[in-house]
Design a protein around this ligand. Structure first.
Ligand SMILES: C[S@@+](CC[C@H](N)C(=O)[O-])C[C@H]1O[C@@H](n2cnc3c(N)ncnc32)[C@H](O)[C@@H]1O
Ligand code: SF4
Length: 428
């Protein structure tokens, strides 16, 4: 698709500049501002097994390191509380946050006490859908997001998830066994895996529809140089030329039972707490190694070194290691992308914030979207999207996350080899 190719080229160029971070020497994040709404993101970077396609910040699970990390997370939360922050919602991502449920629950309980949090979203893997773990999370977690990727056993084997997380049928049974326990139960899926045929994707969508979940997120496969290398020898080389038609397929099949709530997230029967916290909250505070905070037009990135993270928190400092102050145009683009990714751009809110109309401020972007047939409604109040427009937002997010992955790659390359392998005994 020509508009996808143009957009990808443009974004690769622009985002590499926008996400060009500088080293930061910041002991504390800025304090909370009264009139702002914030969200809390917490990162738990440990996994029992590392998947070859994964582009997120994760390390092999070692129990004593993880226990010590959770202690530091709680300490960091106390620092955030001392800056006056309150949060209605908390998103816990990974890695695999449920690797140590006792530590996780203690940390959620503290966060509720410190910040008045009313809803918590937490990621997990299918092998953790056991009565013991689920019983601990019930009531504490309102949205449980289970990483599935595909129900196809061949693909699961290629992804090295079959032995650890079970077959497609095992996963379906586990989902069924926890039906109704969490207000939102989400299935994380990936489309456009190199060996995923249209038939496999169609089967995956049918299985999601027949399963117990009331929300699903179909991520477009994303890479970074390091992920592309590890994928080449396991799942194969990524082919973006099929992505648009695969999105079209999954979108038209899913809409028989679900409604879109963002460009790649779909819900039914409740399933209200949505996947991408950055859609609902422009500003967020990230705690944990490798987390991002977005506050007042600046992006703060915490250190990717667990050793440095623990040392800084122990000495009473926050762990921000890089920063980017966005200029006004970059802030306008960020708003444009995030609101449209959430399916509706509020033109009046845009004008109130930036003192100019979206058409005047971002004329190139708005003309491109119009010509590409992305707009469904475009009146004086709002812009909404056609299915093609939603796909173009998937492309924008794919490129945005791939660029963040490059930031992660560079930061992780700077780590000591023993830390990358998770062999450090001195990470405390
Ligand atoms: C980072 S994982 C964390 C939760 C859990 N460990 C899991 O595997 O689901 C969350 C989701 O990110 C998505 N993901 C990971 N690597 C990806 C990639 N390279 N491209 C697209 N999505 C990816 C997967 O759908 C995964 O379920
Ligand atoms: S996909 Fe999930 S389980 Fe696999 S390495 Fe990434 S974070 Fe860990």
């Amino acid at each position: 698709m020509i508009s996808e190719r143009l957009l990808t080229k443009f974004l690769r160029f622009e985002l590499s500049r926008t996400l060009n971070l500088s080293p930061a020497n910041i002991k504390m994040l800025p304090a909370s501002k009264l009139e702002h709404d914030y969200l809390l993101y917490m990162h738990v970077p440990f996994c029992e097994q590392l998947c070859p396609y994964c582009s997120f910040n994760r390390f092999p699970f070692i129990e004593d390191q993880a226990r010590s990390y959770f202690e530091h997370l709680r300490e960091e939360m106390r620092m955030v509380a001392s800056l006056g922050y309150a949060f209605p919602s908390m998103y816990i991502g990974g890695g695999t946050p449920t690797v140590l449920t006792d530590e996780l629950c203690k940390t959620i309980d503290l966060a509720r006490e410190l910040f008045g949090i009313s809803e918590v979203s937490c990621e997990t893997n299918p092998n953790h859908l056991t009565p013991g773990i689920v019983g601990e999370l019930e009531g504490r977690v309102q949205r449980l997001s289970v990483g599935i990727q595909s129900f196809d056993d061949g693909l699961l084997k290629q992804m090295q998830r079959y032995d650890k997380y079970g077959s497609g049928n095992d996963i379906l049974k586990r989902l069924e066994s926890i039906s109704g326990i969490f207000p939102t139960l989400n299935a994380d899926m990936i489309f456009n895996f190199p060996s995923q045929t249209r038939e496999i994707l169609e089967q995956d969508v049918c299985k999601v529809i027949d399963s117990a979940v009331n929300q699903t997120t179909f991520y477009a496969l994303m890479t970074s140089p390091s992920v592309a290398r590890s994928m080449k020898s396991t799942v194969g080389k990524v082919d973006y030329t099929r992505e648009a038609s695969y999105y079209e397929l999954l979108n038209s099949e899913l809409l028989k039972a679900f409604r879109p709530v963002s460009a790649w997230c779909f819900s039914r029967h409740g399933g209200d707490m949505i996947d991408e916290y950055i859609v609902d909250f422009e500003e967020y505070v990230g705690v944990g190694s490798g987390s991002f905070s977005h506050l007042d037009g600046s992006l703060y990135v915490n250190t990717f070194s667990l050793r440095q993270y623990n040392a800084l928190i122990s000495s009473g400092e926050m762990s921000v290691s890089q920063i980017r102050n966005f200029n006004r145009r970059e802030q306008m683009r960020y708003r444009f992308m995030m609101e449209l990714f959430g399916l509706k751009l509020d033109k009046q809110h845009f004008k109130e914030t930036f003192g100019t109309s979206i058409e005047r401020a971002l004329w190139l972007e708005t003309v491109f979207m119009k010509l590409a047939g992305a707009y469904d409604r475009n009146d004086e109040k709002n812009i909404t999207l056609t299915p093609k427009g939603r796909y173009l937002l998937v492309v924008m997010m794919r490129e945005f996350f791939s660029n963040l992955n490059n930031v992660r790659d560079q930061a992780r390359e700077a780590l000591a080899p023993d830390e990358i392998l998770g062999l450090s005994q001195n990470a405390r």
